[in-house]
Design a protein around this ligand. Structure first.
Ligand code: IGP
Length: 261
């Protein structure tokens, strides 16, 4: 069983939900990546999504974009990030998911990329601009390396297609909760809960909600209908402001509540 599958089957047994924070690698300097991953694990993260900064992001909102620019200005490269992840794997035990657009992978070379992230102990990949129709170019290599491709679906994806997509993977399904880009939000579509329920019914793998999530109330409400959440912009902000106290409150607070469910 893979590290991701193991983690989710354990959560299920304990009747708990997942909290997956996202961080932009290289924000604050690539040399602080390992430290930040350790901090997130200590605060109770289920897994961590590690973002690769890219000059032409498609789905990133202002906070993630700004973090990406900061990281690029510090000279962060995919190669440098992978080197840090090798070190991270020695001290971090939870699943690590690398989030990158397809272009940096092409530039690196698909086979070299998969081989290097396998050596670094990466457990999953999120590639938002890779549609399932095109995924064979990389999935065959990921499968061999036992790395999960985490696939995304959105509010506008037809249920029939969600069924196909969710039956392809073993990790979890990333459900994008808004019709738009990343970034904290105060309100959701009124039919989101119903949509989450329908997706949960057809997906054989855990369903995690992401985009726009930033506070305990939202998380509590959403996790009634799915298996966990992904929180990006809020975490990026808290690291940028060095507000580890609030980060701990958000993550540990959630873990404590989740245990009581
Ligand atoms: O920042 P938010 O709204 O909390 O959303 C998570 C998101 O940042 C992270 O998963 C992510 C960053 N860039 C992306 C691009 C596509 C899909 C997902 C992402």
């Amino acid at each position: 069983m893979s590290r991701i599958e193991n983690t989710f089957s354990k959560l299920k047994k304990e009747n708990r939900k997942a909290f997956v924070p996202y961080i932009m690698a290289g924000d604050g300097g690539v040399e602080c990546l390992v430290n930040r991953l350790v901090t997130l694990e200590k605060f109770g993260a289920t897994a961590i999504e590690v973002g690769v900064p890219f000059s032409d992001p498609v789905a990133d909102g202002p906070t993630i974009q700004a973090a990406g620019i900061r990281a690029l200005e510090r000279g962060t490269t995919l190669k440098g990030i992978i080197e840090e992840l090798v070190k991270a794997r020695e001290v971090v035990t939870i699943p690590l998911l690398l989030m990158t657009y397809l272009n940096p992978i092409y530039a690196y070379g698909i086979e070299a990329f998969v081989e290097d992230i396998r050596k670094a102990g990466v457990d999953g990949c999120i590639i938002p601009d890779l549609p399932i129709e095109e995924e064979d170019i990389i999935v065959q290599h990921l499968n061999k390396a036992e790395i999960e491709l985490i696939r995304l679906v959105t509010l506008t994806t037809p249920l029939e297609r969600i069924k196909t997509i969710s039956h392809k993977g073993k990790g979890f399904l990333y459900l994008v909760t808004v019709k738009g880009i990343t970034g904290t939000r105060n309100r959701y579509d009124s039919d989101l809960n119903q949509f989450l329920k329908s997706v949960k019914e057809i997906s054989p793998i855990p369903v995690l909600a992401g985009f726009g999530i930033s506070n305990a109330n939202q998380i509590k409400e959403l996790t009634e209908f799915c298996d966990g959440v992904i929180v990006g912009s809020k975490i990026v902000d808290l690291f940028e402001n060095n507000n580890l106290e609030e980060m701990e409150k958000l993550l540990s607070g959630f873990q404590q509540e989740s245990k009581l469910v």
